[in-house]
Write a protein that binds this ligand. Structure first.
Ligand code: NAD
Length: 456
């Protein structure tokens, strides 16, 4: 499944034509390839006070540790691969001004596929109003900046939670989120602010976790015979995991192909079966000795306007997309099925956040996923683990290929990145949330939607 329009407006005669006609020209996004540099050019770190050791210096030091070309002073000629905007120490709305205007002065020199990443602190209960205003302001600022970027560049924010302990700007999970947003792994994540809290497990030195962060872990991916699930399985295997791929018996042949491709094992199973949790656990233990990571990806569409909704359409969507996830997770937790520091990542959808005409059943199921993710997060944290959700926007798969052409075309172009995402974009976000270094990210919903205009 590809978006041939993106190819057409970036090559040959059709490129010239699109330019002349003033048609939208979505960029070819830079995606992760082993061995490629982390960013497309030098990184400018803005914020802080010259001569004072502060958060901006700590961020710059961490980036230097990743062998990046890091500058804290702008010049007139460098084309920036990324600009990191450190706003953690602002106390009043007017404090943001110097850093924001420094970003303004450098924005035109952001390279294609460049990155803007803000790092700020989340407002907390009991904040002084001026402090709360300043902190909340960064959120709206970042989302607007992201909409102004062009040529595949994205803007995202890391928001450090302050309610319990104050999470340091250079804590493992703060840096893991920063690194994800800087990298090509986040190609289709745009305009998002990710909350990072205190680590729920001691994962040691983050540097050890960047290359094959899932080495030694066992992961289960449901709905993995095709589409997003198959790509999640490949990406987790690339990151070192041994993967169990699960799908319905009717998709058995495709499932075996995926399992063989990644050296994993296949389990033919309908996730709505009463004993689905037990069978997953049995398989993971017997074939791999345990279970660390669970990705709830299996999902179906049965779109109808509510006035035309039938019981079979409603019930099927709720059963597969939502009830099965709750039942399987409950079983695994109840049976102490997970190894230490478990991770659950569940597929939500932007439809569950914003609502979508003709998708009341699907939106119920996907909003429900966000609900159980938040509820499971506290239980997982007690085990040193996390539960998070990923909400894709429009992703090019067989599921979305069934959407009528005009609706599909609109869904693609209303995103800031003016295109649909690829399964790998969702897979990279899931792999990040499953990685040990993301330990402070818990109970969150990360949208992978190219900053689709739909929703909050
Ligand atoms: P897809 O239809 O291509 O693949 C879904 C897979 O789930 C299929 O292999 C199917 O056989 C499997 N499946 C369905 N019912 C099952 C069951 N009862 N038990 C086991 N497996 C079952 O879909 P996709 O586009 O790859 O979507 C994957 C997930 O991402 C879904 O949860 C979907 O709702 C979500 N999502 C997709 C998009 C998108 O744009 N494609 C957007 C938002 C969310």
């Amino acid at each position: 499944m590809t978006d041939s329009y993106v190819k057409a407006v970036n090559s040959g005669f059709t490129k010239t034509l699109a330019k002349k006609l003033g048609l939208p020209r979505p960029a070819v996004l830079r995606r992760f390839r082993a061995g490629d540099p982390l960013t497309v050019g030098p990184v400018l770190v803005l914020g802080g006070t010259p001569g004072v050791a502060d958060d901006a210096d700590r961020v710059a030091d961490a980036l230097l540790g990743w062998d990046l070309d890091v500058r804290q002073n702008a010049d007139d000629s460098t084309r920036w691969g990324a600009i990191v905007v450190v706003l953690t120490e602002i106390a009043r709305p007017e404090d943001a001004s110097p850093t924001v205007l420094a970003l303004a002065a450098n924005l035109r020199r952001l390279a294609p596929n460049g990155r803007v990443v803000t790092i700020s602190r989340a407002p907390a209960d009991g904040d002084d109003p001026a402090l709360a205003a300043a902190r909340e302001g960064v959120d709206g600022f970042l989302r607007s900046v992201a909409k102004e970027l062009r040529y595949g560049a994205t803007g995202n924010g890391v928001q450090l939670v302050t309610s319990r302990d104050e999470v340091p700007v250079d804590a493992v999970s703060s840096l893991a989120a920063l690194r994800f947003f800087l990298s090509a792994r986040s190609a289709f994540v745009d305009g998002q602010v990710l909350r990072v809290g205190s680590p729920v497990a001691d994962v040691g030195v983050a540097g050890a976790y960047w290359d094959r962060p899932l080495e030694g872990k066992v992961a289960v991916v449901t709905g993995a015979a095709r589409g997003i699930g198959a790509q999640v399985a490949r990406t987790l295997a690339r990151d070192g995991a041994r993967v169990v791929v699960v799908d319905v018996p009717a998709a058995g042949e495709q499932l075996t192909t995926v399992a063989n491709e990644i050296g994993g094992t296949a389990l033919q199973l309908d996730v709505t079966a009463d004993d689905a949790g037990a069978r997953i656990l049995e398989h993971a233990r017997a074939r791999h000795g345990g279970l660390d990571v669970l990705i709830h990806n299996a999902g179906i569409l049965r779109d109808k306007l509510l006035a035309n909704m039938t019981a079979d359409r409603w019930d099927a969507v709720i059963a597969v997309n939502l009830a099965a996830q709750v039942r399987i997770s409950e079983h695994l937790l109840g049976a102490s099925g997970f190894s230490a520091e478990p991770r659950i990542v569940s597929l939500a959808s932007t439809s569950g956040i914003a609502g979508n005409r003709g998708q009341s059943n699907y939106a119920f199921s996907k909003a429900g996923v966000i609900g159980h993710t938040r509820a499971f997060a506290a239980r997982l944290a007690d085990l040193g683990g996390t539960a998070n959700a990923v909400a894709p926007g429009f992703i090019e798969t067989e599921m979305t290929a069934s959407i009528p052409f005009v609706t599909r075309e609109v869904a693609r172009r209303v995103a800031s990145l003016q295109q649909g995402g690829r399964p790998v974009d969702v897979a990279e976000a899931i792999a990040f949330l499953a990685s040990p270094a993301a330990t402070g990210v818990n109970g969150q919903v990360l949208r992978v939607c190219g900053q689709n205009l739909v929703g909050r």
